[in-house]
Design a protein around this ligand. Structure first.
Ligand code: ADP
Length: 240
């Protein structure tokens, strides 16, 4: 009975922390949208360039809110599992190419080079899941890198299991954060991460997706040397 009560109490705390974090993350963009709108409506801005700049900022803030809400919805769906998740046959090389195309401009801006190796494999899974998984891992490897840094992505199989490795030569993760980075809203050293866009939900989403497939994820990292994330998804290779 005691253990049961403790578990309920723990879940209550986790839930409370989640709502508190989510509300805070949503409040920040709302406050700034409100501020810019009030300035624009109040007739304080007379020049076109400034008004345009403010409207652009409003748009950017709504985009960041949309991203956050989509992330929360995805986590919630993965947790409830009570709806039909569509699976299709996915050509991994094509999906990876697509994702690299999306991330390449960001990598170029950060002066980070991407190198990929992908086995010509077809898997049966949910496309959005694999897309989110790769976008978050490769996106992080770029975001938390250094100028002239490298990101190596390797996709291969062991039997019918899919193996994804994302390795970077970036800033690394301190030992005491290695487990915590998978928690919802956790960001290593707020000061360091604040300069970089993000909600702290990316790796939590990755972990939820990996769990959904009954797989596992490991993280190996060294400060100032780099990090390697390895994902194994069992039995997803299509029978062809
Ligand atoms: P976000 O990137 O939105 O902050 P994530 O959940 O994707 O959230 O990551 C959590 C934290 O883990 C990040 O804030 C960052 O501090 C750290 N992190 C994630 N990936 C890497 C990486 N490849 N190298 C160094 N630090 C990382």
């Amino acid at each position: 009975v005691k253990k049961y009560t403790e578990e309920i109490e723990f879940e209550r705390m986790v839930r409370q922390e989640f709502f508190s974090n989510a509300s805070h993350e949503l409040k920040t963009p709302i406050t700034s949208i409100r501020g810019y709108t009030e300035l624009l409506l109040g007739g304080f801005i007379n020049d076109e360039a400034t008004s345009e700049e403010f409207m652009k900022r409003i748009l950017a803030e709504t985009e960041s809110m949309t991203n956050l809400i989509n992330d929360i919805l995805l986590i919630s769906r993965l947790e409830t599992r009570d709806y039909e998740i569509e699976t299709t046959e996915i050509r991994m090389a094509m999906l990876l190419q697509d994702i690299i195309k999306t991330l390449e401009p960001i990598a170029a801006k950060q002066e980070v080079e991407l190198q990929t190796v992908c086995k010509p494999v077809i898997v049966r899974a949910n496309k959005q899941h694999l897309r989110e998984l790769l976008l978050n891992l490769i996106g992080n490897a770029i975001k938390y890198n250094k100028p002239n840094g490298m990101v190596y992505v390797t996709i291969t199989t062991i039997g019918r299991d899919l193996l994804i490795e994302v390795k970077d030569t970036g800033i690394g993760i301190p030992k005491d954060s290695l487990v915590r980075v998978f928690e919802r809203f956790y960001r290593v050293d707020k000061g360091r991460s604040r300069k970089v866009d993000g909600t702290g939900l990316g790796l939590s989403i990755v972990k939820h997706i990996v769990n959904y497939y009954g797989g596992n994820i490991t993280l190996d990292s060294k400060i100032n040397v780099g990090s390697t994330f390895t994902v194994r998804l069992p039995e997803v290779k299509a029978n062809m």
